[in-house]
Design a protein around this ligand. Structure first.
Ligand code: FAD
Ligand code: 2HG
Ligand code: ZN
Length: 488
């Protein structure tokens, strides 16, 4: 396809044979854990990404049920020079979870058991293929705990997948990054060896912290098969408020005030611009949060142990924000379903922005004061090039929108398009990456590099850092069988 015109299949990788398939069948035994191209459409889900932007050509999906099976498969692939694409819930947004050519897809979806949960320490041990929402429900029902990460894809993405991408999500502000909460991992290395590092210690300074290397490694140096993670107690009270704000300047002021005045109960601070809300409006039918339109919106979540205390604190904060004219309008949830509705206006943006035909997604870290300037710069550039119009259907671009995790300095720039064209792509890239690099930001705040950003790592990492990344890849995967053609 056009997307792949600049990469070529590496002939060092063997092409799959009938004998290979027979070998895998013997390892897996069970019916249904191996999908071939006998019925080609059976492979579609695994070959295509969530955005339907990237498409691989794999002819084989393997779905082992045990770590031992993963190990045997990878050992064989290593011996035979067969390339492998590890896959979790396939909700990744950078084309990392699907093959580029004919790599074998190793899906961990059938490694889906909770191994143990300690309701005193809050430590969960589970298989990598457990769906995030299932893990969260399990620890809720077995001790009233919460998974220290939440994101819009929770109903499909895996615990192993979020670790492999080091996903950030909606509550990083409260619970921090997975680099802090993951206590241990079980990983099948590219030669088939099983690294059992499923520790459950909060403190362990015996040498290098090896698990960290795999958090955010995007399937390039090992297949995560088990995760040990520390989960915090589930707050009893959640409140969500949705506010209309005049400018991005004001968004920052509200953030500063929220940190100071809501303090320990602040658990999320998200923002979106007017166009984000407008696109979402045409895509979902939930009741609209506010009557009028505003240039920017802020979603604030508080969570704590005492509903009365939290609600009084939030009310005081909001009335003073109105008095100081930082906020123009607002609403607060009074029950769980209202809170869910308000969250849906934020969580549905990633899907809504693609609904008009397609979307170019950029996920960047920038200094807070510059966070929104990228969206303005991109809109100006697209308009100057005559490529963008909300109403004129002959233009490829609908609009560039901005939203994201203000609390973490992470902007999501989504360029909603009617159709993908080279003109639009050339207008956006490398412009966006140069802009971010010029402000010392990161071109990949949370989604990873995958295939989309394979050529752009240099905008955020030095030559020396890239050299060390390559050295590590060569130590662990000298044959390069894991997730080739991606960022390493
Ligand atoms: P996949 O998409 O299957 O894989 C992602 C990468 O990890 C690939 O490179 C794959 O090879 C590798 N991988 C997967 N499983 C394993 C494994 N067991 N071992 C080794 N490698 C593996 N991300 C955020 O950070 N914050 C958000 O708020 C957020 N919201 C999202 C909302 C929506 C609606 C969607 C669709 C995505 C969102 N994402 C977000 C993107 C995010 O990267 C994924 O949702 C999640 O982290 C990927 O998990 P997955 O199981 O689907 O992995
Ligand atoms: C979110 O925060 C996700 O909603 C997805 O990280 C962002 O689709 C995007 O660009
Ligand atoms: Zn995000």
């Amino acid at each position: 396809s056009e997307t792949y015109s600049y990469v070529k299949r590496d002939e060092k990788y063997k092409k799959l044979t009938e004998q290979d398939i027979e070998h895998f069948r013997a390892i897996l035994g069970k019916k249904g854990s191996l999908i071939t191209d006998e019925v080609p459409s059976d492979l579609d889900f695994y070959n295509e990404d969530w955005m339907r932007k990237y498409k691989g050509q794999s002819k084989l999906v393997l779905k082992p049920t045990t770590t031992e099976q993963v190990s045997q498969i990878i050992k064989y692939c290593s011996e035979q020079n067969l390339a492998v694409c590890p896959q979790g819930g396939n909700t990744g947004l950078v084309g990392g979870s699907i093959p580029v050519f004919d790599e074998i897809i190793l899906s961990v979806a059938n490694l889906n058991k909770i191994r143990s949960f300690d309701d005193v320490s809050g430590i969960l041990k589970c298989d990598a293929g457990v769906i995030l929402e299932n893990a969260d429900n399990y620890i809720k029902d077995n001790g009233n705990y919460i998974f220290p990460l939440d994101l819009g894809a929770k109903g499909s993405c895996h615990v192993g997948g979020v670790v492999a991408t080091n996903a950030g999500g909606l509550r990083l502000l409260r619970y921090g990054s997975l680099h802090g909460s993951v206590l241990g991992l079980e990983v099948v290395l590219p030669n088939g060896e099983i690294l059992d590092s499923m520790h459950s210690l909060r403190k362990d300074n015996t040498g290098y912290d090896l698990k960290q290397l795999f958090i955010g490694s995007e399937g390039t140096i090992g297949i995560i098969t088990g995760v040990s993670i520390l989960c915090p107690p589930r707050p009893n009270a959640f409140h969500v408020s949705f506010l209309g704000v005049e400018s991005y300047e004001m968004v920052q002021k509200v953030f500063q005030k929220a940190k100071n005045e809501l303090g320990e109960i602040l658990s999320a601070f998200e923002f979106m611009d007017k166009k984000s809300l407008q696109l979402t409006k045409s895509h979902i039918s939930s009741p609209e949060p506010l009557e009028d339109e505003y240039p920017f919106y802020v979603l604030i979540e508080t969570s704590g142990s005492n509903a009365e205390h939290d609600s009084a604190k939030l009310e005081t904060f909001l009335s003073s924000a109105f008095e100081e004219e930082l906020v123009l309008d607002g609403t607060v949830s009074s029950n769980e379903s209202e809170a869910k509705n308000l969250w849906s206006w934020r969580e549905m943006i990633p899907e809504s922005s693609a609904a008009g035909g397609g979307v170019y997604k950029y996920d960047v870290s920038l200094p807070l004061k510059d966070l929104y300037s990228l969206v303005d710069a991109v809109n100006e550039k697209l308009e100057a090039a005559g490529l963008s119009s909300i109403t004129d259907e002959s233009k490829p671009v609908i609009s560039a929108i901005g939203y994201g995790h203000v609390g973490d300095g992470n902007l999501h720039l989504n360029v909603a398009v009617r159709t993908y064209t080279k003109d639009v792509e050339n207008c956006l890239e490398p412009f966006v990456y140069e802009f971010v690099s010029g402000k010392k930001g990161s071109v990949s705040a949370e989604h990873g590099l995958g295939f989309q950003k394979k050529n752009y790592i240099g905008y955020s990492k030095s030559d020396q850092e890239i050299k060390m990344i390559k050295q590590l890849k060569n130590i662990y995967d000298p044959k390069g069988i894991l997730n080739p053609y991606k960022y390493v």
